[in-house]
Ligand binder design. Structure first.
Ligand code: SF4
Length: 244
């Protein structure tokens, strides 16, 4: 992509965020603290949209130290405290007592139950009371995200969901980060293009799919954590007009 096209992409993305702030607040941005999310964090905080779009992360209790360190980098750089949403302690305890700490390796069902407790339930709490939510998902990230639109109707949560980076490539993300000196998760320098919980994420080899290091023991079709899935199926998403 040449510089003019990249500048147009950045402008369009900032306009999407401004539109969310103007027309769909209160809004929340669900940040996984990965590279894509740092692009949006930078745009939201430098654009002074935080009063309309607050930022939270799902602090699952199983994140890498490098991921948690990003919270400090955001505080240092933007003087902003990302809100951590944590799982219900009693639900975590019951899962571990019944199944073991790392039972998610045993089956897709066990893995989804762990994700439900540590991610889905806290996400539902974080979204409550908001009109829209924002993710850093990109269409090119995986087979499960190929149909992603910038603006969608999230029927599961009955709210509007924005994916402002839907059209961005991985190269665009890194171009923005380098040109704007945006802080990022140092795991990206160690072979982790996609970052999740520590026991469920590993580094990948050059040429492998970007999400190959997530739940690597499962089939590609099952590789979502449930944040965009209901009853084991991808949420039926309706694209809606972006000038609404
Ligand atoms: S990614 Fe792994 S550790 Fe994290 S919630 Fe899902 S199954 Fe549990």
């Amino acid at each position: 992509m040449n510089e003019a096209d990249f500048a147009a992409l950045v402008t369009a993305t900032k306009e999407t965020l401004q539109r969310v702030a103007d027309q769909f607040a209160p809004a929340v941005f669900a940040s996984s603290l990965a590279a894509e999310d740092m692009v949006l964090t930078d745009m939201i905080l430098r654009g002074k949209l935080q009063d309309k779009i607050s930022i939270f992360t799902l602090e699952t209790g199983r994140l890498h130290a490098e991921t948690l360190a990003v919270l400090d980098r955001i505080k240092e750089t933007y003087d902003y405290d990302v809100t951590p949403y944590r799982p219900q302690p009693e639900a975590v305890e019951a899962y571990i007592k019944q199944n073991g700490l790392n039972a998610f390796y045993e089956s897709v069902e066990m893995r989804k139950e762990c994700c439900r407790i540590r991610k889905v339930e806290p996400l539902n709490r974080a979204l409550k009371g908001n009109r829209s939510w924002i993710t850093g998902q990109r269409r090119a990230q995986s087979t499960t995200r190929a149909a992603l639109d910038v603006q969608e109707q999230d029927e599961a949560h009955d709210m509007i969901k924005f994916n402002p980076l839907a059209d961005w490539s991985e190269e665009d993300v890194w171009h923005y980060i380098r040109s704007n000196n945006v802080p990022y998760n140092t795991l990206h320098d160690k072979g982790f293009p996609s970052i999740g919980c520590e026991p469920c994420t590993r580094a990948i080899q050059p040429g492998e799919d970007v999400r190959a290091g997530r739940w690597w023991w499962e089939n590609p079709e099952s590789k979502e954590c449930g944040l965009h899935v209901v009853d084991g199926k991808l949420i039926r998403i309706k694209p809606v007009a972006t000038n609404a």
